[in-house]
Design a binder for this molecule. Sequence first.
Ligand SMILES: C[S@@+](CC[C@H](N)C(=O)[O-])C[C@H]1O[C@@H](n2cnc3c(N)ncnc32)[C@H](O)[C@@H]1O
Length: 349
Amino acid sequence: MDVEEANQPKKAATRELLKKLELGLLPYDDIKQLIRIELAKRLQCGYKSTCEEQVAEVLKLVHSLQHMKIANEVETLDSQLYEAPMSFLKIIFGSNMKESCCYFKDDSMTLDDAEIAMLDLYCERAQIKDGNSVLDLGCGQGALTLFVAQKYKQCRVKAITNSISQKEYIDEQCRARNLVNVEVVLADITTYETDDTSDRILAIGLFEHMQNYKLLLKKISKWMSKDGLLFVDHICHKTLAYQYKALDEDDWFTEYIFPAGTIFFPSASFLLYFQDDVSVVNHWILNGNHFSQTHGEWLKRLDANIVAIKQIFKSLTGNGEEALKMINFWRMFCLSGIELLDTTMVKNG
Ligand SMILES: C[S@@+](CC[C@H](N)C(=O)[O-])C[C@H]1O[C@@H](n2cnc3c(N)ncnc32)[C@H](O)[C@@H]1O
């Protein structure tokens, strides 16, 4: 994102800081400190002094979402995150190209091991059985789709994404791996309609891009076969739920990574308020350190391959400065994930 286009008016000092970040002029330790200050402000503003007030705040948000569209326009976000060059994503992600939390069960695990561990965990918790029809909503580079299609040969897997490059990549992978049990649909889930139903529906990292959960879950419930199961994986805070937008004119952090209104962070029990069309039968929490570590691994790979990455972005933009901005955007994306999801630092939040 061009920081000049940020939605919220900013103070001159804030604009100056954003410029420095774009050009990569600050050391990581300083950036981390700055992110922590913004996160502390978010907690200060979100936490209420009594349980009654806290619950009332969550319910206010639950009700306000009902008047919103299923999701806002996501063009800027998509072009940065979900239409990034595959040659770049292949460098920073693990070999399954998972663009979401990986599961570092023990210290010896590599990123590739942790991708597989998480994909296995999804299959176990979603109770996927060979022969099921499976729908992967917001499939990214097809980490789950390809994993399921390969592991359960009798499953038919339908994957939905709104990203052209993601669809092309998965189709290409299916051809390379001789997988004939995958269909990739290029569609916006908020407007997509079908009469097809699936035994298992999984949405990994999608709900953060949505806001009207009532309408979304109504829609998804129609795609579930009788006795079907829906498995949702989303980032959460233990108490707070919030739409990710600038807190004030000093807030350099929020819109730099995700434009205002494009990301929603539900609290850990937020989906319990949306059981009109589906009912919650199980609920697991995974420590945020796994996702923090995932972002850390992505950042390490980015920094270790900077020459090749500069070349990729330079041939994409035709311009050295634009290439540098893209690299620094991704660095910031990783640093934000490391800090936002790190629970080892948490004292009061
Ligand atoms: C955080 S990524 C997760 C990708 C994948 N599930 C994974 O775990 O690697 C979110 C995905 O949701 C997709 N997405 C977001 N909004 C969407 C929409 N309205 N319609 C279809 N796909 C959407 C993005 O293109 C991206 O593939």
